[in-house]
Design a binder for this molecule. Structure first.
Ligand code: CU
Length: 184
């Protein structure tokens, strides 16, 4: 089972981790297909080096030979189809960013009355005791969000993404604040 894969461009800096190695595409059990709106693409230089970080699970005891196949629609910069195209800037967010292995455990009975845990807000112990909110990032330039996707591990139900902007008229759901340690 191909649990997840993260494509990393070793020739660029990651925006949210502020280090070399831009995490730019991920997919996994949820079968994410990255489809940008027309006119947008991820700019790739011929000199860029890519690295594929993968997690593969074998659910049976027998070893097997596996192949990973992925397809890319590629528009050469010299093609008329590339005219006016804009390059996207990948923004990678997770609950323990910039830790490259964003995995945490939850146990039966943790979380609220609904039997679900919203991590990190209902975690028994504050995962950000040092005050660094690893699940938040301050947008550092103007832009438009053109696409997003989330990934969870076994038992995970969904991911939430909130955008807060001073002066915004948006009245929809807001990011929860940390709840009591009893998870209620
Ligand atoms: Cu994963």
């Amino acid at each position: 089972m191909f649990h997840h894969g993260v494509w990393i461009n070793l020739s660029r800096r990651d925006a949210t981790a502020n280090r070399t190695g831009e995490r730019f595409i991920g997919t996994g059990e949820e079968k994410t297909e990255v489809v940008f709106p027309p006119g947008f693409g991820y700019f790739h230089k011929g000199t860029d080096g890519w690295l594929l970080n993968h997690m593969i699970h074998n659910l049976v005891p027998a070893p097997a030979t596996l192949y990973i196949t992925y397809e890319i629609d590629f528009v050469p910069e010299t093609s008329p189809a590339a005219e006016g195209m804009r390059g996207v800037r990948p923004i990678w967010l997770d609950v323990v960013n910039p830790n490259p292995y964003p995995v945490f455990d939850t146990y039966k009975g943790s979380g609220g009355q609904d039997g679900e845990i919203v991590w990190p807000y209902e975690a028994k112990e504050d995962p950000y005791k040092d005050g660094i909110k690893r699940n938040m990032w301050t947008v550092d330039r103007d832009g438009v969000m053109v696409w997003s996707v989330g990934h969870v591990h076994t038992g995970g139900l969904d991911t939430d993404l909130y955008l807060n902007r001073n002066g915004a008229k948006y009245q929809g759901p807001k990011c929860p604040s940390r709840r009591s340690s009893s998870g209620s």
